[in-house]
Design a protein around this ligand. Structure first.
Ligand SMILES: NC(=O)CC[C@H](N)C(=O)O
Length: 427
């Protein structure tokens, strides 16, 4: 079937002659959009999703949860504040980005602005995309595209250059069948303490890792001893170490690690399928990540093992909400077109408190499948879907939205305070 003749053929207002190459966005339902290329020239395919935030393209492009997706921005003017520098902190974390590189397959915009101006910009979006070999399309009627995705639901799409014949092949499997988490998760164990970080091998026995982590703690404590506040809540005086959060990296955003470190805990980041149950830690954190949570069974099994310690604080964000729910026996389903924006309203169940949240997810926990030990913690005010869960007795909770924001509103950052208080042993 020739999909291009099958459906709408949508041409947006032409860009001035001489700009990027002509390029088409082909949707799985046969719709074709015509635009101009910017960034890197490459044919790519993936799940086409839309994000209605007005800002935040550097953070969204580097959010590992966008792996495998073509990111449509509905805000029409994109690129006008350029791109911040890719500087890295002493602990190896990017200063302004959410990971080490762009994870979205492509960016789709209405009107790419070549001119940019911002106190922190060092290059244009076009130059950054070229450097990272990621294609962009401009001149697309992104509101029309979004209407189609809202009606039909998200679907696979492909970018094809007008001067290249379309092979007719997608070149990638269906989005939901690919384990993207495995692609984006770290490969080593990385411990972050203060401004330091230490890479450890996943093959080392737990006893050796525990000893290496203790050495790191002693070093940090000695380094800080001049200014050490002995009343600091995070210092465990019995074990002479800081409180430790074990972070399961399903594609963690940098700002989650920053938010934890800011609260004075040591963060031990492990690959998504690593069995951390022999390590010493005081709290378990399960991160955001791309793709279908049903591809992450190893992570669910490890969470179940950790749950044998009923007093262990557990906190999850986004994919972490879904994996914690699965570990508790609940089911996940795919939303029609997901929540990707800076203005998703959620209500804290049992209260009249409503928060405006930053979101990026396509799947959701089915509230009806939570067993009697669990209850919804937040509910989306637009569509009633689950936005978080909590265990009725144990210190286990999670949010479907992004309390770390980056980008977006920071109103729910208090959830990190709540978690770290539990880790410190009190509430
Ligand atoms: N940001 C995330 O962690 C997203 C979780 C999952 N991949 C979803 O789309 O629902």
């Amino acid at each position: 079937m020739n999909k291009e003749n099958n459906k709408q053929n949508l041409t947006s207002s032409p860009l001035p002659a001489g700009e990027g190459k002509g390029v088409r966005l082909l949707l799985d339902d046969g719709t074709v959009f015509h635009g101009k290329s910017f960034g890197y020239e490459k044919t790519v395919a993936g799940e086409v999703v839309f994000n209605t935030a007005m800002t935040g393209y550097p953070e969204s492009l580097t959010d590992p949860s966008y792996a495998g997706q073509l990111m449509t921005l509905t805000y029409p003017l994109v690129g006008n504040y350029g791109v911040p520098p890719f500087t890295v902190e002493p602990n190896g974390l990017a200063t302004f980005m959410e990971s080490g590189h762009i994870h979205a397959e492509a960016i789709i915009v209405s009107d790419y602005s070549e001119n940019y101006n911002h106190w922190n910009a060092v290059e244009s979006l076009d130059d950054w995309l070229k450097r990272e070999q990621v294609p962009g399309i401009t001149g697309i009627d992104t509101r029309e595209l979004t209407k189609i995705l809202r009606e039909h639901g998200v679907m696979m799409g492909k970018i094809v250059f007008d001067d290249e014949p379309d092979s007719g092949q997608w070149g990638v499997d269906n989005y939901g069948d690919i384990n993207y988490v495995d692609r984006v998760s770290c490969k080593d164990i990385i411990a972050y303490a203060g401004t330091e970080s230490l890479h450890l091998s996943v093959d080392a026995p737990a006893a050796q890792l525990n000893a290496q982590l203790s050495d790191l703690d002693s070093r940090i404590l000695n380094l800080n001893s001049g200014s050490l506040n002995l009343n600091s809540g995070s210092l465990d005086l019995n074990s002479r170490r800081k409180k430790r959060v074990l972070l399961v990296d399903c594609g963690v955003k940098t700002n989650i690690i920053r938010c934890l470190l800011k609260r004075d805990v040591t963060v031990v980041r492990v690959p998504w399928d690593y069995d951390y149950n022999g390590l010493e830690f005081d709290g378990l954190f399960i991160s955001n990540g791309p793709g279908d949570p049903d591809t992450c069974d190893a992570a669910v099994q490890n969470i179940r093992k950790a749950m044998k310690d009923e007093a262990l604080p557990i906190f999850g964000i986004c994919m972490g909400n879904q994996l914690l729910a699965k570990a508790g026996g609940a089911k996940i389903y795919k939303l029609k077109y997901g929540h990707r924006s800076h203005n998703q309203p959620v209500r804290m169940v049992g209260t009249e408190r409503c928060f405006i949240t930053s979101q990026n997810h396509g799947y959701a926990v089915d509230n009806g499948t939570l067993n009697e030990d669990w209850e919804p913690l937040f509910i989306n005010m637009n569509d009633g879907s689950n936005e978080g869960i909590r265990h009725k007795r144990n210190p286990w909770f999670s949010a479907q939205f992004h309390p770390e924001a980056a980008s977006g509103p920071t109103d729910t950052e208090f959830l990190f305070d709540d978690f770290v208080k539990l880790v410190m042993g009190g509430f």
